[in-house]
Design a binder for this molecule. Structure first.
Ligand code: PHE
Length: 494
């Protein structure tokens, strides 16, 4: 399975051949991989532990009445905050990559990011309102510094054409999902059964363990993460000024009510620029065009998928019978189901694509399958909501489990495929920027998912989930229809 490439691939592969041998030779780590992979695997596992553990209880905490220790917010407001938070977490990946390149370097960016994330979770654990929002901001900034850059360091563990490279990223993706599947069990149990702040605190402890492990294991990284040195002094000054301007813009953006429109306009402007200036010839322009079309469908995918922590968690909490063997389990535990399926089926997908050989579907076709599977997942919950509205009896957990099975299969046919397609289609000199574009789809999707989840109480649920099912399925059909044209735009890349 092909996964994210490092942003500095070009530099790493062409400018410094002498350093290549140092890490190519390292086979002393996990499963014959460089030892640095072990360090990065656990750092990212703990970071995702903290992210998904906190996310599993975030909306439940916001809508819980004050008498139950919650914030007592309306579902609409809670969903909007949730969307803004999860959207921003991925949006900051774009400046985060840039700051690593210009100011901090990859390794320090990961360190500073991890410290900010841990601080953020501890702020939430303190459980007073001003610190709640400060905590969210810390996590947003920290994740922007950590998440894209740790993937880049993974990329630098391998030479450009090292055969272990894709497998290395697959292992790394396992670490991500391992963290994601353990944490709702821990943070969800503590948050919902013991006290909200214990759940948030556990997320902070997880990130702290990740940081300790990262610092102690840094010697294993060899030269990875040091390859792209930050710019020289004059450049740094500019970078500092730009960062300050960016931070000011972010503040305005956070309080501005029309931010979704602003994002769409900025995205359109970015695409216009990419097509006019980013592309140097016809082929490049066509391929960037293909990325833009795929971007639109990827965004639609995330709009549905990223309702996991919002509308689907509310459905789990309010309308599902959360009992096994007479014991009632916390509703946040459903967040464990999807990563379990991802870990289980990731090897199957890797095998499937290879074994299909010449009949392997093209990337746009895989995207269409992803959307179709996502839509089918929503069909289950739409039916479940309909059953509830007729019987007024909480529905079986199996509906959500089936939904998450389909969502996991959808994720596997779209998310890793998207990352590798972007790296193949983007001109090498702007591959980092195009990686940012990929995060932008995730970010936009999260914002819009927050909007959709905001209808949770304003619209009958069978209708709400049915609408997501219909939109997603329809877009899968449209994508299938335009797949031949996208393939033409891709000009020889599959
Ligand atoms: N489950 C993935 C993760 O947390 C979702 C994701 C994909 C996030 C791509 C960012 C980029 O890593």
């Amino acid at each position: 399975m092909a996964l994210p490439r490092d942003r500095n691939e070009v530099t790493a592969a062409t400018d410094r051949p002498a350093t290549e041998a140092v890490f190519v030779a390292d086979t002393a780590g996990l499963a014959g991989h460089p030892r640095g992979l072990t360090t990065l695997f656990f750092t990212e596992m703990w970071e995702r532990f903290s992210y998904y553990g906190m996310r599993a209880i975030l909306i439940l905490f916001m809508v819980a009445p004050a008498a139950k220790g919650g914030m007592g917010l309306s579902t609409e407001l809670a969903a909007a905050i949730y969307g803004l938070y999860t959207g921003s977490v991925y949006f900051t990946a774009i400046p985060g990559g840039w700051i690593a390149d210009r100011l901090l370097g990859l390794r320090r960016a990961v360190l500073v990011g991890g410290i900010l994330i841990a601080l953020g979770h501890y702020c939430l654990a303190v459980n007073v309102r001003p610190l709640f929002f400060a905590g969210l901001v810390f996590i947003v900034l920290g994740t922007g510094l950590l998440k894209p850059n740790i993937s880049s360091i993974v990329g630098q563990l391998y030479a450009k054409d090292d055969p272990r490279r894709d497998a290395g990223f697959s292992l790394f993706y396992m670490g991500i999902n391992l963290g994601a599947l353990i944490s709702p069990l821990v943070c969800g149990y503590l948050g919902q059964k013991v006290g909200w702040h214990w759940g948030f605190g556990a997320a902070g402890v997880g990130m702290t363990l990740g940081l300790v492990q990262y610092v102690l294991g840094r010697n294993r990284l060899g030269r990875a993460g040091l390859l792209a040195a930050p710019a020289a002094n004059a450049g740094r000054q500019w970078a500092l000024i730009l960062t300050a301007i960016g931070a000011a813009a972010a503040l305005i953006y956070a309080v501005w009510p029309y931010r979704e429109w602003l994002m769409l306009v900025l995205t359109a402007a970015l695409f216009g620029w990419l097509l006019r200036t980013g592309a140097r010839d016809r082929t490049e322009r066509k391929r960037i065009g293909a990325i833009i079309v795929l971007f639109v469908f990827a965004t639609l995918f995330w709009v549905g998928f990223e309702q996991a922590g919002s509308s689907l968690t509310l459905f789990a909490d309010q309308y599902t019978r959360n009992v096994v063997f007479g014991w009632s389990f916390p509703s946040s535990w459903y967040q464990t189901v999807e990563p379990v399926f991802v870990v289980t089926f990731a090897p199957v997908f890797a095998w499937l694509w290879v074994s299909l050989g010449r009949r392997e579907p093209s990337s746009p076709a895989k995207f269409a399958y992803g959307l179709l599977l996502l839509g089918l997942g929503f069909l289950f919950v739409a039916v479940a909501a309909q059953i509830y509205s007729r019987t007024q009896v909480k529905v079986s957990p199996w509906w959500l489990i089936l939904l998450y099975l389909f969502h996991a299969l959808g994720e596997l046919s779209l998310s890793p495929v998207g990352l590798s397609t972007v790296t193949k289609l983007a001109p090498a000199r702007i591959v980092g920027l195009m990686m940012g574009v990929w995060f932008l789809a995730l970010s936009l999707g999260n914002f819009l998912a927050g909007h959709v989840a905001g209808y949770f109480e304003k619209m009958p649920l069978p209708q709400l989930f049915g609408a997501v099912f219909l939109t997603t399925t329809l877009s899968a059909v449209v994508l299938a229809l335009v797949t031949p044209s996208i393939k033409r735009l891709m000009a020889g890349v599959h």
